[in-house]
Design a protein around this ligand. Structure first.
Ligand code: HEM
Length: 460
């Protein structure tokens, strides 16, 4: 137990956790606006709520992933971070960017593209913070010789994100925005690769945590682990093609992308599955909660693999494109895989505070069951609504859009209720982590205030 105040990597994870809960709140409003179109239209219309939701939860992943990489890098190198001051500047730039970005949405100031709808100049602040992250990772690694796979994943994810984030802004140049097919191909290519980049960071910290729990260094140096790495790299470069089946581009690109994106998930699932049998009962007990969330992520890898294979079949993709099935796929992977892996890491890194997390174990375990059941219902309701929507999209005598959306209301009600359960369950998981860490930081102050008051009373 220690009462030292959280260092910058932990503040990145803590701010990420706040963004996760805030983002889910916006998502909840969005789900109610599905049922009651026009709800909060005056101040927080769906046009504002969607980017508020999507950007907040994407920043949860970026904040928690960079914080976890910086924390585990110090554990791996057993040295302080290279250019330590850079990490507090990174945190400040990230927080500044997020505050300005979410405010621009509330004020209705857009100008960007999907996922980054905010005014493009704000992207420069984020990019500056990310460059500081790259300097710390590359500077702290020093050499690539004999390095485990997670070092390669962190470096590739760090550089890959900056490259693809920059690429996602090529539309500002007329050479791209004048040609719709080129513009959309580059746009979707960059998004697929941005996701591939942050997956490298998230899967990398997942691999480090598995090694830390089992004390077995063989996994992250195994040929299977490096196969996962090279497939992830290939994915980062080529999986985007399954985003653009509807665009007139060379069919070969599509088929390569389809094959690659499936194998990566399969290999990751297999590594976690194999690793599970190597963990002793004692280790499972010590790292009870982190182990639990790693196993949960493994289950969601296989569930999402099934949905991803389905919607990546070109003949099926034609029907699912632009429906709630795509949203189910995106939220299924970002919640079921990324968020569960990052929560496993956050529990590991935020457990060494002045207060034990043990009293909250039963609450977190119950909440994790509720989270998984509600996530399943949440995604299933989106999937069924998507099937109905795709039937409407393909039918010759399509009824008006508003009538079709009215017909989907029963699924949206289930979606909103499951979303509410998801929000409640994640709050019961996240709150103890925030409270435990922050109270260690606040307690010394409170003590001094109490001491001051008693001293003052004594003087009186
Ligand atoms: C309380 C739980 C949540 C609710 C009710 C919710 C609701 C929504 C809604 C209504 C949309 C807009 C779909 C549309 O375009 O029509 C959406 C999109 C999205 N949500 Fe959530 N969400 C929740 C949690 C999350 C979480 C935890 C994450 C990630 C960690 C997430 C990631 C996303 C992403 C990435 C999209 C964009 C999907 C796309 O590409 O179209 N959501 N969500």
């Amino acid at each position: 137990m220690n009462s030292t105040k959280p260092d910058v990597p932990k503040w990145l994870i803590l701010s990420g956790l706040v963004l996760l809960i805030t983002g889910m709140l916006f998502g909840l409003v969005g789900s109610f606006q599905y049922i009651f179109p026009g709800l909060f239209k005056q101040y927080l219309s769906f046009e504002k709520i969607r980017p508020l939701h999507v950007s907040s939860v994407v920043f949860w992943i970026l904040f928690a992933a960079t914080g976890s990489v910086l924390a585990y890098l110090q554990e791996h190198t057993k040295r302080k971070l290279f250019a330590g001051k850079a990490s507090s500047l990174q945190l400040k730039l990230f927080v500044l960017a997020v505050v300005l970005i979410l405010s621009s949405y509330v004020l209705g100031k857009f100008g960007g593209r999907e996922y980054w709808e905010f005014p493009p100049p704000l992207a420069l602040i984020l990019a500056a913070g990310w460059i500081l992250f790259i300097i710390q990772v590359a500077g702290s690694v020093k050499t690539l010789k004999q390095q485990p796979v997670y070092i390669w994943m962190w470096l590739t994810g760090a550089f890959g994100f900056l490259f693809t984030f920059t690429e996602s802004y090529l539309w500002v140049f007329s050479y791209f925005n004048k040609d719709i097919v080129r513009d959309m191909t580059v746009q979707w290519k960059s998004y697929g690769s941005i996701v591939g980049s942050w997956n490298m960071l998230v899967y990398g910290v997942g691999m480090f945590l598995m090694e830390k729990i089992s004390q077995d260094k063989s996994y992250s140096r195994s040929s299977m682990a490096f196969a996962l790495y090279f497939l992830g790299l290939f994915n980062l470069m080529f999986n985007w093609s399954h985003h653009i089946y509807t665009l007139p581009v060379n069919p070969a690109i599509r088929h390569v992308g389809y094959l690659v994106s499936m194998t990566e998930l399969f290999i990751l699932g297999r590594i976690i599955y194999k690793w599970k049998s190597s963990v002793t009962a004692a280790q499972k007990n010590i790292h009870n909660l982190s182990y639990r969330f790693l196993v949960i992520a493994d289950v969601w890898i296989f569930i999402n693999l099934f949905l991803a294979i389905l919607i990546s079949i070109p003949a099926i993709n034609v029907y699912t494109h632009g429906t709630h099935i795509t949203v189910a796929h995106v939220m299924g992977t970002t919640i079921g895989i990324n968020t569960m892996l990052l929560l496993a890491v956050a529990i590991d890194l935020l457990s060494d505070t002045c207060r034990s997390l043990k009293p909250y174990y039963p609450q977190i375990i119950r909440a994790s069951w509720l989270a998984n059941i509600s996530l399943f219902v949440f995604l299933a309701s989106l999937f069924v609504a998507g099937v109905e929507r795709s039937r409407w999209q393909m039918s010759a005598q399509a009824e008006p859009f508003s009538q079709m959306m009215k017909g989907l209301a029963p699924y949206f009600i289930v979606f909103a209720i499951a979303g509410l359960m998801l929000f409640v369950s994640f709050s019961f998981i996240v709150f103890p982590l925030l409270k435990n860490t922050l109270s260690c930081f606040i307690q010394p102050r409170q003590r001094s205030i109490v001491e001051f008051k008693t001293a003052f009373d004594r003087v009186k």
